[in-house]
Design a protein around this ligand. Structure first.
Ligand SMILES: Cc1ncc(COP(=O)(O)O)c(C=O)c1O
Length: 432
């Protein structure tokens, strides 16, 4: 296969129309003499499609041209993705010293970073100051005192709470002040002589309710005016994350973009001079990632009827097919620990799901921990020991949280991209 290669990057370029399944099957065979071999032929691996990241970013620019992207590094701090986004002119939401350092080392300037963690470790805040990162969030008086002490020239963005009940991950119990706390907090900031420049919210990740953005933007408008009345130059609105990023989202991005555009036109029109930013993570990364894993063992158990769960109980099948993969919730399928629905069922790599009979099945990860359950009581085509399966939507918040438990490490990453983005790659990752 054609490649784009530099000393620190190797991307397999595929022809438009080639399926990820075909690309993954080629990788599994390990036959290409010019590609480095996997350590073991049955090892798992990720595929990151850089073309998907570029396509998402183009879609954002088309539908929300006036909302600047501060990519949430936490969703996937892969250096290649970060460099690609730097090349595309994006800015970054960092939550820690390490994330800030990484983004700066990869070439972003300090004014392209928001330190979007309302509770900052003091040494990390000092680091931000040393590096010239000024934009940051807060939501308590306590944090204001810390900022006054450590980084008094910071430009502060007050994070408010506005939760979407449909979001898979909600943050309101952990971050964000309530509407009635805004004035007292801004008054404290004023007394301390700090510079508050705007307001942020995060409706929760993987929202399926675009209208929540209309409500949140409308709710924010009078809070902005409180800031202005206290003498702050309120010039920034941060819409946070929450945008859909899956291959098949419940609500598509265009619906979110439409609601946001209308709400901004009404409450923060261009004439208001307010800079609008957002911190998408899931949106740019989730569907760009695929994981290929191997079925290392299989067992067919008789099921005690009392142990059956709803989803298996169709028909009289008294057995459950149990599989063990060489990736589990600790080593690459980590999103599963936080949300049982985080992934769709994997597909056998060599043939699509529809070609085999479905069996009541459970898939475990490889570790000794009984929580290492990838899918419990689902209907899957029968798999064989030794075959590979393909997971999609693996690009966000899953590799990020992996550890080496039981010696099953994070699988390596192979980058792929459609040939059409070769020019973008050449520009962003020059061969030197
Ligand atoms: C402050 C902040 N901004 C942005 C994000 C990214 O959110 P999403 O992945 O939903 O786009 C998160 C996710 O945790 C966050 O905490």
């Amino acid at each position: 296969m054609e490649r784009y290669e530099t000393p620190d990057l190797r991307v397999t370029l595929y022809k438009n129309g080639t399926s990820i399944r075909d690309i993954a099957n080629e990788k599994v065979k390990d036959e290409d003499q010019d590609e480095p071999k996997r350590e073991d032929v049955d090892d798992p691996f990720y595929l990151y499609d850089l073309g998907d990241v570029v396509t998402k970013d183009k879609l954002w620019a088309k539908l929300l041209p006036n909302v600047e992207v501060f990519f949430a590094v936490k969703s996937n701090p892969d250096p290649v993705i970060i460099r690609l986004l730097i090349g595309l002119g994006k800015s970054f939401d960092c939550a820690s010293k390490k994330e800030i350092k990484m983004v700066l080392d990869l070439g972003a300037s300090a004014d392209r970073i928001i330190f979007a963690h309302p509770y900052k470790q003091e040494s990390h805040l000092r680091f931000a100051k040393e590096k010239g990162v000024r934009l940051m969030t807060f939501d308590t008086a306590e944090e204001l005192q810390k900022v006054k002490r450590v980084h008094p020239k910071a430009q502060l963005v007050l994070r408010i709470r506005y939760d979407d009940s449909t979001a898979t991950f909600k943050y309101g119990s952990k971050f964000g002040c309530r509407g009635e706390e805004v004035r007292p907090l801004l008054e404290i900031a004023k007394k301390l002589g700090l510079d508050v420049v705007g307001i942020s919210f995060h409706v929760g990740s993987e929202s399926s309710n675009p209208q929540i953005f209309r409500d949140a933007i409308r709710f924010t408008r009078p809070l902005f005016d409180i800031g202005t009345s206290l003498g702050f130059n309120m010039k920034l609105l941060d819409l946070g994350g929450g945008f859909p990023g899956r291959l098949y989202p419940k609500a598509t991005f265009d619906k979110f973009a439409d609601v946001i555009t209308r709400a901004l036109d009404e409450h923060f029109p261009a004439s208001s001079g307010v800079r609008i930013i957002a911190e998408p993570g899931t949106f740019h990364t989730r569907s760009a990632g695929y994981l290929v894993a191997n079925v290392i063992a299989k067992r067919v158990n008789k099921v005690d009827i009392n142990e059956r769960r709803e989803r298996v109980s169709d028909g009289d099948e008294p057995f459950i097919w149990i599989y063990y993969l060489n990736v589990g919730v600790f080593s690459g399928l980590n999103g599963k620990l936080f949300d049982p629905e985080y992934f769709d069922l994997p597909e056998p790599l060599h043939e699509p799901l529809r070609n085999r009979d479905l069996k009541p099945s459970t898939i475990f990860g490889p570790t000794c921990d009984s929580n290492d359950v990838i899918m419990a009581n689902c209907m899957l085509p029968e798999l064989d020991t030794g075959e590979f399966v393909l997971f999609h939507d693996m690009g966000g918040y899953t590799a990020t949280c992996a550890c080496d438990f039981n010696g099953f490490s994070l699988p390596p990453t192979w980058y792929i991209a459609p040939k059409e983005i070769r020019l973008v790659l050449e520009k962003t990752f020059p061969a030197q």
